[in-house]
Design a protein around this ligand. Structure first.
Ligand code: GTP
Ligand code: IMP
Ligand code: MG
Length: 339
């Protein structure tokens, strides 16, 4: 795996945290870099029964030898950063780019107090929107202005490109999802920047020619938290009955849900230039698949669903999540001839 980018294909919360931690442990990349907006994201990682909810530190921290980096396009909230380096015990191998924008208390207050952002759009209240707005105005503080962050500062694009030049593996983590992109999403019900694969590369400072694979992550059904259109949305009662009613990691809000959307999936593959699909939570839609690790052991109905996704999008489903734990995964990457 020289350079892989992982992004969300729907509205975030597709289970990228789990896919990334699985890839980190399996492929052992030298560098794992976080792209995306900032602390609005909440990635869930379950390792040996222990639950981590990460808003800042790369979800690939589970692979203990990887250097963990946060790219200059990503907003940093120092309070969240320090809390998470304690929780993940990764103080000695984490680096933030000099130019990461910094979220301050005033941005959080503005976000939470805004009837437009928090009220109409349903923002996470994490201060990301107001901080990115201030960055566009070129007034936002950046990491190199903050004394407590000094020990962690580094040139992230240089570190990543040098690792690639040495032929080492690099894993890039996107956050949110394609349809929350400021450019490609359901505007104005979107986040404060582009979050597709090209933006993830820009966030960490690598050019498009350096990427070998783009893995787009879809959940076996669609969820959305906050406002905006959701085709085929189920009433809450029905969602609960099917086990699709989820609670958001960052805000504790209920996630809205709908059946898998093939049209959105096809377009997400196009917008991200995806070469592989990771499909999560099939155990929720097909409970008999819980914990299965071999494709051949899946029921015919589940295989038909997966084949339909491959047929409609033209891209192979290489990873299939069958439970929240890292190893509840069917990995078909060796079996499917890629590209
Ligand atoms: P964002 O960056 O916020 O979009 O987050 P995310 O894509 O990392 O997803 P998040 O962790 O917010 O939500 C996914 C949820 O699904 C978490 O509770 C995971 O533990 C869980 N999960 C991930 N994969 C699977 C799976 O294959 N099966 C089951 N049952 N749960 C899964
Ligand atoms: P903001 O990014 O906090 O400004 O929120 C803008 C919109 O994106 C709202 O609908 C949020 O619910 C949604 N959003 C932002 N980050 C995430 C995420 O990580 N997962 C799911 N939805 C998100
Ligand atoms: Mg999430």
């Amino acid at each position: 795996m020289p350079c892989e980018v992982v992004v969300g294909g729907f509205f975030g919360d597709e289970g990228k945290g789990k896919i990334i931690s699985y890839l980190a442990l399996r492929d052992k990349p030298a560098v794992i870099a976080r792209a995306g907006v900032g602390t609005n994201a909440g990635h869930t990682v379950v390792i040996n029964g222990k639950l981590f909810k990460l808003r800042q530190i790369p979800s690939g921290f589970a692979y203990e030898k990887a250097r963990l980096l946060i790219g200059p396009g990503v907003l940093v909230n120092p309070e969240v950063f320090f809390k998470e380096i304690e929780e993940t015990n990764c103080k000695d191998r984490v680096g933030i780019d000099y130019q990461c924008g910094v979220i301050e208390r005033k941005h959080i207050e503005e976000d939470k107090g805004s009837s437009h952002l928090h009220g109409k759009i349903g923002s996470t209240g994490s201060g990301c929107g107001p901080a990115n707005a201030e960055r566009a105005l070129r007034r936002l503080k950046i990491a190199k202005d903050i004394p407590e962050l000094q020990p962690y500062l580094t040139d992230v694009p240089l570190e990543i490109n040098e690792a690639l030049d040495r032929g080492e593996g690099v894993l890039i983590e996107g956050t949110q999802g394609t349809y929350l992109s400021l450019y490609h999403g359901t505007y104005p019900f979107v986040t404060s920047k582009d979050v597709c694969a090209a933006a993830a590369c820009s966030d960490v400072g690598i050019g498009p020619t350096k990427v070998d694979d783009v893995i787009v992550v879809f959940k076996a059904y669609v969820t959305r938290v906050g406002s905006g259109p959701l085709e085929g949305e189920l009433p809450e009662e029905e969602a609960k009955k099917r086990g699709w009613l989820e609670i958001a990691t960052v805000t504790g809000r209920k996630r809205r849900s709908a059946p898998f959307n093939f049209k959105l999936a096809k377009r997400a593959v196009m917008l991200n230039g995806a070469t592989q699909i990771a499909l999560t939570k099939i155990d929720i839609v097909f409970p008999e698949t819980r914990g299965v690790t071999k494709y051949d052991e899946l029921p015919a109905e589940t295989k038909k669903f997966i084949e339909k996704i491959e047929h409609e999008t033209g891209v192979p489903v290489t990873l299939i999540g069958t439970g929240p734990e890292i190893n509840a995964m069917i990995d078909r990457r060796d079996e499917i001839e890629l590209k």
